[in-house]
Design a protein around this ligand. Structure first.
Ligand code: CP
Length: 304
């Protein structure tokens, strides 16, 4: 039995197979419509979500399976003090696979250690968000034809942003990746990540102004300044509108640069950018469903 806690749980070759499957699903949905008949997915979300929970649910429904779960810790027995370990042992009696989001780093890992069904980390605190990374990689591969040999700018909350941490971890295994980290001083990427990049001789640069590096980027990965990760309101208010990508800044970008964003967005991408053909963030959401379908099939060991 396999779980998914980090994108590194799959080798690059396994990821290639997963993305091939996701692309086949994209092109032949009907072929997969009954592959999970009789199977149940449990979505245990202790933290708010729109995309991840609903795309997992859509993925399982598209495969012919069904879904149980909770979207709010307050409506589960966690509110009465039940531990994650006990909850997953109970869920294992009801479902075949579980996607779990939790505000505490490592909680899905604890669940996996006590589970008799595959557990997928659907985001744990500021740590990792592996299925968002699978979504990001599939989007890059599908829209550009390959992963590698590009400069990617990651902009916004690089300190608490679990999507950023997961994506960097995953991209270092591909050739010719150059990182540019764009953030205010207070939201810089953690040193354990820059140390890892130095150890592996992977080029990176840290800057504060988006405009100065815009012309060099092949991808711009925008992120939200996350109110829920701040300890005081004052810091959040000061930093929340630090970056706003608008049409004027887009004029500095390459003609084929792609904008990615895990979403939700607040103010960091002006809605006027949505009509720009380089805005790929809503396509990215659609790829999230295909890759989660492929992941469910893979972890359940279902071959089509
Ligand atoms: N990208 C992402 O994790 O979105 P949700 O918080 O809506 O699931």
């Amino acid at each position: 039995m396999r779980h998914l806690m980090s994108p590194l749980d799959f080798t690059v070759e396994e990821l290639d197979r997963l993305f091939d499957l996701a692309n086949d699903i994209e092109n032949n949905m009907a072929k997969y419509a009954h592959t999970c008949d009789g199977k149940k997915l449990a979505t245990c979300f202790y933290e708010p979500s729109t995309r991840t929970r609903l795309s997992f649910e859509a993925a399982m429904l598209n495969l012919g399976g069904s879904v149980i779960g909770f979207s709010d810790a307050g409506s589960s027995s966690a509110a009465k003090g039940e531990s994650v370990s006990d909850t997953i042992r109970v869920i294992s009696c009801f479902a075949d696979i579980c996607a779990m989001r939790h505000p505490k780093e490592g909680a899905p890992m604890v669940a996996a250690s006590r589970s008799s069904i595959p557990v997928i980390n659907a985001g744990d605190g500021g740590h990792q968000h592996p299925t968002q990374t699978l979504t990001d990689l599939l989007t890059i591969r599908s829209l550009k034809g390959h992963i590698g040999n590009f400069t990617i700018g990651l902009c916004g909350d690089l300190k608490f942003g679990r999507t950023v941490h997961s994506l960097i971890n995953a991209l270092v295994r591909y050739p010719g990746i150059r990182f540019i980290f764009i953030s205010p001083e207070e939201l810089k990427v953690p040193s354990y990540i820059t140390d890892m990049l130095k150890e592996n001789n992977i080029p990176y640069q840290e800057v504060i102004r988006l405009e100065e590096i815009m012309p060099r980027l092949d991808f711009l990965y925008m992120t939200r300044v996350q109110k829920e990760r701040f300890f005081n309101e004052e810091d959040y208010v000061r930093l929340k509108d630090f970056y706003i990508l608008n049409k004027e800044k887009m004029r500095l970008a390459k003609k084929d640069m792609l904008i990615l964003h895990p979403l939700p967005r607040v103010n960091e991408i002006s809605v006027e950018v949505d009509d720009d053909p380089r805005a790929a963030y809503f396509k990215q959401v659609q790829y999230g469903v295909y890759v989660r379908m492929a992941l469910i099939l893979t972890l359940l060991g279902i071959h089509v």
